[in-house]
Design a protein around this ligand. Structure first.
Ligand code: DGI
Ligand code: FE
Ligand code: FE
Length: 191
């Protein structure tokens, strides 16, 4: 794992993110570190992924699409209709290009943090879960149970998060990215 100047990254993020997004970012970071301790995995990777996962959140939708086309990053139909989804793929771009992250595992965890994907590494899972359960989150249903599962049964935790996310999305007019559905279908089979 490369050496990071944690305080410098935090300072920069404080400058570019809105206050609420910065608080969420720090919440995800500490939660990801706690899960790395729980599962005995690399804490610096979890910390870097947590810190930078939403670093592309502030980029305007048109610029998001432009950045993808400049880099030949494939944009799905769902992402075309809802470019907000691209903050995950572009978070990996910002982490690499602007913050010098080279670790492919950290970049991949950031890349798939919104929809998940069928074959997630433990780091991917830690970031995906932390994003949903960090202490500042208070709107989602079943948070108490999901927070407990995070530390006891991560796959069941992910299944439950996706179940609630898909059920929430079905009440909105928001398009469902096939990757979110595909991830859910996979986790349905693993538990
Ligand atoms: O960036 P955050 O707000 O911290 O969290 P996130 O990256 O998980 O993005 C959150 C939103 O993404 C949440 O409102 C659910 C939504 N989401 C997840 N999968 C899909 C989705 N939205 C759409 N439209 N389609 C999806 O498949
Ligand atoms: Fe996000
Ligand atoms: Fe987030």
């Amino acid at each position: 794992m490369e050496q990071f100047k944690w305080s410098k990254i935090e300072q920069e993020l404080r400058d570019v993110l809105k206050p609420g997004r910065f608080r969420h970012t720090m919440g995800v970071t500490y939660t990801a570190c706690a899960l790395a301790m729980c599962y005995g995995t690399d804490m610096d990777q979890a910390r870097a992924a947590g810190l930078l996962h939403d670093a592309a959140k502030y980029i305007p939708p048109k610029k998001k699409l432009q950045m993808c086309s400049e880099r030949n990053i494939p944009v799905s139909e769902a992402e075309m209709q809802n470019p907000e989804l691209l903050h995950a793929k572009l978070g990996a771009v910002v982490a690499e290009e602007d913050y010098g992250v080279k670790d492919p595992e950290v970049l991949e965890a950031i890349r798939c943090h919104t929809t998940g994907k069928p074959d997630m590494s433990i780091l991917d899972k830690i970031l995906f879960i932390s994003d949903y359960i960090e202490p500042n989150r208070d709107k989602a249903p079943h948070l108490q149970e999901i927070r407990r599962l995070a530390f006891t049964d991560p796959d069941d935790c992910i299944r439950k998060i996706l179940e609630d996310t898909l059920s929430y999305l079905s009440t909105t007019s928001s398009v469902i990215d096939p990757m979110t559905q595909q991830t859910y279908d996979t986790y349905l089979k693993t538990v």
